[in-house]
Design a protein around this ligand. Structure first.
Ligand SMILES: Nc1ncnc2c1ncn2[C@@H]1O[C@H](COP(=O)(O)OP(=O)(O)OP(=O)(O)O)[C@@H](O)[C@H]1O
Ligand SMILES: [Mg+2]
Length: 395
């Protein structure tokens, strides 16, 4: 029996029809399924159409002989077990048949007791070979799976390392930023304890103002860090709803006007599209104010800032904040959203903590929007956010 429980299917080919039929009968009695043919040509035709477990072929036949048949049959089914039957005088040819793929040979005339173990051995070899193929295939699939898993693991490891590095960077920047105003406050406290404390009321006021400024700065920083932590931990609450973009832009326009005036920057607001976006109004304003104040802060004297909108073809709208300012190099652009990184502008006259854009990016991600930037040094920058359009029309 084969592994599937079916009787092994044997194709017997012998040009001596009587011999072939007798063999078919005998083997059928030993629970083999047999098919008998008298020519190699007919056998090949049948092998193309039907699957057999074993081919038992005579060596000397007119037309396609046993050797040619074994050779051609192995090409059709490489797992087919083949046994050659040969007369006493042609053992050399039988050996040749084994070289081209036959498993064994038997010398005619033979007894049933001789052929049965030969058949069993050939079928067992076939079974093992096929099992081996399946195992090899499984092994290959397993190796491929392992390779893929290793690749994923490596990626996850790299990502964890990157995140870890970013966190350390963030912490070192943050502690530095927090320490600066705190040291200022401690410094003022030490002065008060020493003999050089301010004496006139004017001096005292100025002194107190310095402490207050440092304290306020510290408070702003802490609030921003808390904001960032809240967003990162996913505990920030946003309410996404239909929002009139024109109304938001108008509010930003009013809020930003005094800052633009202070810096001498001309603001341009091309006709707003009355589009409704799906967003959180407060957070959207916060994002736009951040971008607009940067565009004003990092601008040239008499520079301009333009706020523009453009519908994209996938039901989204882009809001652009375009400045004619100092711009950013490609190296700076890579680090633009890193918290506490002022990109070398720590000592510039522009105040800032370098957290605005990091916060902006986190907010943008939370409100299911996108952010991007293109910039050229000394020519200017364009920051954009892309929001989903909501199909509600405002009156
Ligand atoms: N429009 C811009 N043009 C040129 N440089 C910019 C622009 N916007 C941001 N930058 C650079 O990116 C840095 C990070 O900006 P970000 O808004 O995060 O921080 P900041 O403006 O320094 O401080 P704050 O946290 O108060 O906003 C800035 O310090 C500045 O160097
Ligand atoms: Mg900023």
């Amino acid at each position: 029996m084969t592994r599937t429980g079916k009787a092994p299917n044997i194709l017997i080919v012998d040009d001596e029809a009587v011999h072939m039929r007798a063999l078919c009968d005998i083997l059928r009695h030993h629970e083999y399924t047999t098919t008998g043919l008298v020519s190699g040509e007919a056998a090949l035709k049948l092998l193309q159409a039907e699957q057999f477990d074993l081919l038992l072929s005579d060596l000397m036949m007119p037309g396609i002989d046993g050797i040619a048949l074994v050779q051609a049959a192995s090409k059709i089914d490489s797992n087919l077990a083949c046994i050659i039957m040969t007369g006493e005088g042609s053992i050399t040819s039988a050996v040749q048949a084994m070289k081209v793929g036959a498993h064994d040979y038997i010398v005619k005339p033979f007894k049933v007791s001789v052929i049965l173990p030969v058949l069993a051995r050939a079928l067992e070899t076939r079974r093992l070979r096929m099992e081996n193929i399946v195992l090899e295939q499984r092994q290959l699939a397993h190796a491929a799976e392992l390779k893929q898993l290793n690749g994923e693991l490596e990626l996850a490891k790299k990502e964890a390392e990157r995140a870890n590095h970013e966190k350390s960077n963030f912490l070192s920047h943050m502690s530095h930023e927090l320490r600066t105003p705190l040291n200022a406050i401690l410094g003022f406290a030490q002065i008060l304890q020493s003999g050089s404390a301010p004496t006139t009321s004017e001096e005292k006021k100025k002194f107190a103002k310095n402490i207050e400024d440092a304290g306020k700065h510290l408070l702003t920083l802490i609030n921003e860090v808390l904001d960032l932590a809240q967003i990162e931990s996913g505990t920030i609450s946003v309410s996404l709803e239909p929002v009139s973009l024109a109304a938001v832009l108008e509010e930003c326009r009013t809020m930003i006007a005094p800052i633009a005036q202070k810096y001498g920057i001309s603001m341009f607001y091309p006709e707003y599209m009355d589009v409704c976006v799906f967003s959180d109004e407060t957070r959207l304003k916060q994002v736009l104010i951040n971008l607009l104040s940067n565009a004003i802060k990092y601008n040239h004297k008499n520079g301009t800032v333009t706020l523009d909108c453009q519908l994209t073809d996938v039901g989204r709208i882009r809001v652009f904040v375009i400045d004619t300012g100092i711009g950013l190099s490609s190296e700076q652009l890579k680090l633009i959203f890193q918290p506490f990184n002022r990109l070398g502008r720590e000592k510039s006259k522009e105040e800032g903590t370098g957290i605005g854009l990091a916060l902006t990016k986190k907010i943008v991600e939370t409100i299911r929007a996108e952010i991007g930037v293109v910039s050229r040094l000394n020519i200017g920058s364009t920051f954009w956010i892309e929001l989903p359009v909501h199909p509600v029309v405002f009156q």
